[in-house]
Design a protein around this ligand. Structure first.
Ligand code: 6SG
Length: 208
C-alpha cells in the first residue's frame, strides 16, 4: 500500500518538487487528479483548509500548503539537515525559492505577454544569489553534504526557468552543474522521463 496520496490538478505546478523528492527517496505516491470542472463544483474546495490544492495525505495526517508538505517529507526522510543550524539554512534557502516561485507564478498567470522580457532580464539578479550560496558550500548541495528538500525545491524551479529561458543558467556554472547532476540521479531521471510526468503541463494556463 502507498503511504502517501496527493490530490491536485493535472499540472506540474506546486507538486513537481514533491514528486521529485519522493521519487528520489524511493517512495511511492498515489495521485488523485482533479479536473478544473470538478473543482469548479466547489465541494472539494470547501473541505480544503485554505480552499486550495494540493492536498497531501500521509495516513491520517492531512496537509495543505506545498511547502509544509516538503518540510514534512524532509523531516521524515532525512532531507532536513543534520542539526538545527543546517535546518535553519535549509529553511532560508527554501523560503528564497518560494519568493522566486511566487514571482514566476505571477508572471505566468498575470503578465506573461507584457512582463516576460523584463522578468528574464531581472532573473540573473535572483539566480546569482543561489549560485553564490551553493558555490560557497562545495558539496554540490545548498546546505551541508546531503540533499535536502530545499535542493529538490530549487531544482524544480530551475527546470521551469530553463523552459522559460533556455540560456538562463549559462552564466551560473554551479547551478548548471547542480541541474545536470540532479537530472542524472537515476530515480529523478526515471521520473522526468516517465510519460505520466512528461504529459503534465508546467502550469494551469498552458503558458511556460
Ligand atoms: C493553484 O495556489 O493549477 N493552489 C491553486 N487553485 C484553485 O480555487 N500556497 C499554496 C501551496 O503552496 C498555493 C496553492 C495553489 O500549496 S495551483 C489552487 O488551488 C483555487 O484557488 C496552480 C494551478 N493553477 C490553475 C488554476 C486552477 C485554479 C485557478 C488557476 C483553471 C483556471 C481557473 C480555474 C481552473 Fe484555475
Amino acid at each position: 500500500v502507498s503511504p502517501y496520496t496527493i490530490t491536485y490538478f493535472a499540472v506540474k505546478g506546486r507538486c513537481s518538487a514533491l514528486k521529485i523528492m519522493l521519487a528520489d527517496q524511493s517512495q511511492t505516491l498515489k495521485e488523485n487528479l482533479v479536473t478544473f470542472d470538478e473543482w469548479g463544483k466547489g465541494d472539494l474546495k470547501k473541505t480544503c483548509v485554505y480552499g486550495q490544492l494540493p492536498k497531501f495525505e500521509d495516513g491520517d495526517l492531512v496537509l495543505f500548503q506545498s511547502n509544509a508538505m516538503l518540510r514534512h517529507l524532509g523531516r521524515k526522510h532525512g532531507a532536513y539537515g543534520k542539526n538545527d543550524h543546517e535546518a535553519a539554512h535549509i529553511d532560508m534557502m527554501s523560503d528564497g525559492v518560494e519568493d522566486l516561485r511566487l514571482k514566476y507564478i505571477k508572471l505566468i498567470y498575470q503578465e506573461y505577454e507584457t512582463g516576460k522580457e523584463a522578468y528574464i532580464k531581472d532573473l540573473a539578479n535572483h539566480l546569482s544569489k543561489f549560485e553564490a550560496f551553493m558555490a560557497k558550500n562545495k558539496s554540490g548541495f545548498l546546505v551541508g553534504d546531503k540533499i535536502s528538500f530545499a535542493d529538490y525545491n530549487l531544482f524544480d524551479l530551475l527546470l521551469n526557468h530553463k523552459v522559460l529561458c533556455s540560456t538562463c543558467l549559462d552564466t551560473f556554472p554551479t547551478l548548471k552543474k547542480f541541474v545536470d547532476t540532479m537530472s542524472a540521479r537515476p530515480k529523478i531521471k526515471a521520473l522526468l522521463e516517465s510519460d505520466d510526468f512528461k504529459k503534465l503541463p508546467i502550469n494551469g494556463n498552458g503558458k511556460q
